[in-house]
Design a protein around this ligand. Sequence first.
Ligand code: NZQ
Ligand code: ZN
Length: 385
Amino acid sequence: MENFIFHNPVKVLFGKNQIAQINNEVPQDKRVMIVYGGGSVVKTGVLQRVKDALQNDIIFEFGGVEANPHYETLMRAVEIVKSEKIDFLLAVGGGSVIDGTKFISAAAKYQGDAWEIVKSYGNVVQDALPIGCVLTIAATGSEMNNVAVVTKAETKDKLFFGSPYVLPKFSVLEPEITFTLPKNQTANGVVDAFIHILEQYITYPVNAKIPDRIAEGLLNTLKEDGPKALTQPDDYEARANIMWSATMALNGVLSTGVPADWATHMIGQEITGLYGLDHAQTLAIVLPALWTFCKKEKSAKLAQYAARVWDIPVQDELLMAEKAIACTTQFFESMGIKTHLSDYGLGEEIIPIVVAKLEEHGHVNIGENQSITAESAAEILKLAL
Ligand code: NZQ
Ligand code: ZN
């Protein structure tokens, strides 16, 4: 097991009717801005429940944060935060809204050009406004981590940053809120969370049994309950297990003592930035191709995963790895998420464009062994056609 530091102070309020508690979490003297997305929380009544629960006198609202939040939109919120002296941000939405709120919170306190926050991977952040979250989709884990992904629409740059200053103070997780998700978003969430686990699990063995066993438990849970939520959207138990799995998938626990890959996310991020595919769709395209490309490097962990998650009998390691890749691809397809670029109308012509963006962003020599070069990324994308 490798050395690690683990610190996660996010307070989680999980279960039924947790929104009612937020008045205990948001200090009453704060000037609050509620940040939300394209309007689902207005339609479902979640926004009204949040407003009813808050006891603050001064409440502003900023709606219209798009999926894959745009820097340009978020900077409009930063202006309001500054002019109205907002001192608490409440994100009501999914990963896009929470990530956007993290950016707003850091940018509101940053003196220079706010895009430097993203360009520096968050290193320039030295202060941020406090954030609370009401999560509406189980997917990214943003509700319990310090990462945010922001897109500059003008240049199609989709980039992440991280900072301890943007960790939420608290997050409300009410599984019932996710009953209203459209099928494709339920599937996106399950597949994104599944792949967060795999990015930290399918590398090389370091005998870190705790994160491995937790990863296997979470993967088995998503595999069992993901399809249930698709067929029965109001299955509370399935929604609750999916929600906590997605949070646990990316709150730091699974990265304790293990190497991490994240190359699928790096490549997928460029595809969303350039062509607008949903985050999970890009991951479902890249991951099976990347695993096929790196099968030998990853064979020991792929074989462990094959046995413990897909019940594949012990046999030749490479054969087990191949079966694990096939089962995983089949799982994404069964959730309704297609796994080839051609399924989304994209072909060979995009490969040099995606690779050029990776190079521009310095995202080459990626993966747990830093072995995925620009050339390998091109090969992986060919396998994904
Ligand atoms: O915008 P509204 O109208 O609210 O609709 C949203 C949006 O269209 C809808 N939705 C959310 N909750 C709903 C609902 N519709 C009905 N009922 C509900 N309860 O779902 C759509 C997708 O929402 P979004 O927030 O974009 O989804 P997700 O949570 O998947 O977030 C994706 C973003 O997170 C980033 C992605 O790159 C992407 O930008 N990620 C963030 C990470 C992090 N911070 O740690 C890690 C991830 O790997 C990921 O990169
Ligand atoms: Zn993701």
